[in-house]
Design a protein around this ligand. Structure first.
Ligand code: SF4
Ligand code: SF4
Length: 342
């Protein structure tokens, strides 16, 4: 039953549906849009929930007191999985703040040795935390692509969402990256460029604005105000899960936001959904179709599978596990770890 159907029947809203046959599946069926996995391209490892920040919109409920973290043994299994599945060409490291987890350096070094693309999903302020002075140079020397969260170019909006003083520290982090050549593509060929992308997410229960227009505004303001350069802006919709969901529940906006996502369903986004090409792995090595399903404990294809037990063939045969939250990926221009989809 979709939210609209539930409202009509007066049924109470519960958490995200986790079985096949939910509202998202039904809309795919109605529109005759298949959702199937292709050969996996991206291994996205969630190294743990430890973070130096406590943001209001955080879908993983990360923070300084979280203790979950990937062990060295699990990190070695992840590298073995990359070696076993040859279609995996990107190692995407996320968290929490992935750089705070001890196996982060090992994973970067092993990925770099294998010549795969490495992505660090960085919150920027970690670059100027005591003890992380080495980080910008380390990332540059291993040619790691940095996807950095900066939810706005205004101090007021960033501090409201991420905490007092976080805007100034994020700007400092960007300047540290620029100093090592990040985001300064001019005069370099594509293979040499150190990529720096900025992630925008809305401050509240709204859809992100058009990515290209927003990028223009970021480019102008960050260059004029702080002399900062970057490659592109990635827009990501807030998923109605985790801390953001609790916020929506508290303010009585959850149903309205879910309705907004469902009404903005865009079929053109489905072929580009990241669950088709990504393998998401938690800090213990279990597999999910995406980071959002991981946060909902909705295992890959609805099963609890460890990465040590799978082959490319096992994965190919698994369906993608969906729920009401999937409308967050297909609303408007769509949303993924790589930005808008359509
Ligand atoms: S949104 Fe990112 S930076 Fe903020 S608490 Fe969550 S993991 Fe940390
Ligand atoms: S939340 Fe998005 S990426 Fe994850 S399974 Fe649903 S549609 Fe796919």
């Amino acid at each position: 039953m979709s939210l609209l159907e539930k409202k009509a029947s007066g049924a109470a809203r519960s958490g995200p549906e986790t079985r096949r046959g939910n509202a998202f599946d039904r809309i795919l069926e109605r529109e005759s849009i298949p959702l199937s996995r292709t050969a996996p391209e991206v291994l996205q490892l969630n190294l743990g929930r430890l973070c130096n920040q406590v943001c209001r919109h955080c879908h993983v409920n990360a923070g300084p007191t979280r203790t979950e973290m990937m062990s060295d043994a699990t990190a070695r299994e992840a590298i073995a999985l990359m070696d076993r599945i040859s279609s995996l060409s990107t190692l995407d490291l996320t968290g929490g703040a992935p750089e705070m987890i001890p196996c982060f350096r090992y994973l970067v070094e092993e990925g770099s040795r294998r010549g795969v693309k490495i992505i660090d999903r960085c919150n920027l302020t970690i670059l100027n935390e005591p003890g992380y002075e080495y980080l910008a140079e380390f990332l540059a020397s291993h040619r790691v692509e940095v996807v950095a969260s900066l939810p706005c170019y205004s101090r007021e909006n960033v501090d409201k969402q991420r905490g007092e003083g976080m805007f100034a520290r994020s700007i400092k982090g960007l300047q540290q990256l620029n100093a090592f050549g990040y985001g300064v593509a001019e005069g370099k060929d594509a293979a040499e460029a150190l990529r720096l992308h900025l992630v925008y997410n809305p401050g509240g229960p709204g859809l992100p604005p058009p990515q290209e227009k927003l990028e223009e505004a970021y480019r102008e303001r960050l260059a004029e105000d702080f002399g900062i350069l970057f490659d592109k802006v990635i827009t990501i919709a807030n998923m109605p899960i985790g801390r953001f969901r609790s916020d929506l529940l508290r303010s009585g906006q959850l149903d309205a936001y879910q309705t907004k996502l469902e009404e903005a369903f865009n079929p053109a986004t489905v072929p580009h959904l990241m669950c088709r090409t990504h393998l998401s792995v938690d800090h213990e090595g279990y597999l999910y179709d995406c980071d959002f399903n991981q946060m909902l404990d909705l295992g890959m294809g609805g099963k609890r599978l460890h990465m040590g037990d799978v082959t490319a063939e096992t994965l190919r045969r698994l369906p993608i596990a969906t729920g009401d939250h999937c409308f967050g990926c297909t609303a408007g221009s769509g949303s993924s770890c790589g930005g808008a989809l359509a």
